[in-house]
Design a protein around this ligand. Structure first.
Ligand code: NCD
Length: 338
């Protein structure tokens, strides 16, 4: 695909070579993201960072990624203080705001809303999560992390095995990641969820049609056997009609040190898009695994900056220019990135 000026709405837009291109550019962003070098390649450019649903790491890492490329970030974070509460349509909001920025990242509670917004926008739009539908930049950073973790164990994405655990019905991260994995070969998926929160049939069917093996189960311990990666998710309580309904499922599937040791291969990578729900009644990923070398959750969040820098650099067509006039950082830094 031609990234220049493109909207990034769904992982279905990508071919394997596009994903590899994003990863290659992400690799080249290391010195800037890791505070060794400064670039001003996007000096003067403005990102409209519009989040109409709660977000910490997606919003902040998109913002930091843009800042690290030298650009400015303008945040709109509260649906209550925006004109949308006055009845303004997505069309009008998009027409107006795309006059104020060079690129827009948008998160919105309704599936399909970011696509609708992008059709009216005069600048490229990146989907930061649209309801339970998709979260393409998260899928890219997840796959980038999987690749790096597997590389370090001399394994490959083709032929790997992955267990996805939790709320697979409402989790947009697992929807996007599994559909991105379409592009690879012979993957063994184990989908572990309560019966009522299974992965949408359409996605499961498309995975089997693409030649992957899919096992669905509600038995966590047996499902954890024999996986290269385990991808845990939170019960998405904001997508249930009541908190009470969500609470039925909270805490049903948990990973802690004892369960890991009992059921997983010693090499198994542990992932979670975060936030993990650390309340006692949920606790799907226990803090007793915090020091585990295979816990990749904070490598995922660090990688998010690289991937988002790569997306901006490709969309705004500066990937080849980031090193021009770069300079060493002038302040004291500790080495804090792996
Ligand atoms: C996820 C999301 O918003 O879909 N968070 C994120 O962007 N890293 C997952 C979640 O909220 O559970």
């Amino acid at each position: 695909m031609d990234f220049r000026g493109a909207h990034i709405i769904s992982v279905k837009q990508f071919e394997r070579e596009d994903v590899e291109k994003v990863f290659e550019v992400a690799d080249s962003m290391g010195p800037f993201a890791h505070r060794e070098l400064i670039t001003k390649v996007l000096e003067g450019a403005i990102l409209g960072n519009m989040f109409f649903e709660p977000s910490t790491r997606t919003r902040v890492s998109f913002g930091c990624a843009f800042n690290l490329l030298g650009g400015h970030v303008r945040e709109t974070t509260d649906i209550e203080t925006s004109s949308i509460v006055k009845g303004e349509s997505l069309y009008d909001t998009a027409r107006v705001l795309s006059g104020y920025s060079d690129v827009i990242v948008m998160r919105h509670p309704q599936a399909g809303s970011v696509e609708e917004f992008s059709k009216a926008s005069r600048v490229p739009v990146i989907n930061g999560g649209d309801g339970a539908n998709e979260h393409p930049s998260q899928a890219l950073l997840d796959l980038y992390t999987i690749k790096k973790e597997l590389d370090s164990k001399s394994l490959q994405i083709d032929g790997m095995s992955i267990a996805m655990v939790g709320d697979l019905k409402h989790g947009r991260t697992v929807h996007s990641l599994s559909q991105l994995l379409h592009l690879y070969k012979s993957i063994k998926f184990t989908l572990i969820s309560p019966e009522e929160l299974k992965m949408p049939r359409k996605i499961v069917d498309s995975l089997t049609k693409a030649g992957h093996t899919v096992t669905e189960t509600d038995d966590m311990e047996s499902g954890l056997n024999d996986n290269d990666t385990i991808y845990l998710t939170r019960i998405q309580e904001e997508r249930f009609s009541t908190k009470l309904e969500a609470s039925i499922y909270r805490g049903r599937f948990r990973l802690n040190q004892a369960i890991y040791t009992r059921n997983c291969q010693p090499n198994t990578v542990i992932m979670h898009p975060l936030p993990r729900d650390s309340r006692e009644e949920a606790n799907e990923l226990d803090h007793d695994l915090n020091q585990h070398p295979n816990l990749a959750i904070f490598r995922q969040t660090d990688n998010g900056v690289l991937i988002r820098m790569a997306l901006f650099a490709l969309i705004l067509n500066v990937a080849e220019k980031v090193n021009d006039n770069s300079m060493a950082v002038g302040w004291y830094t500790e080495k804090r990135f792996n």
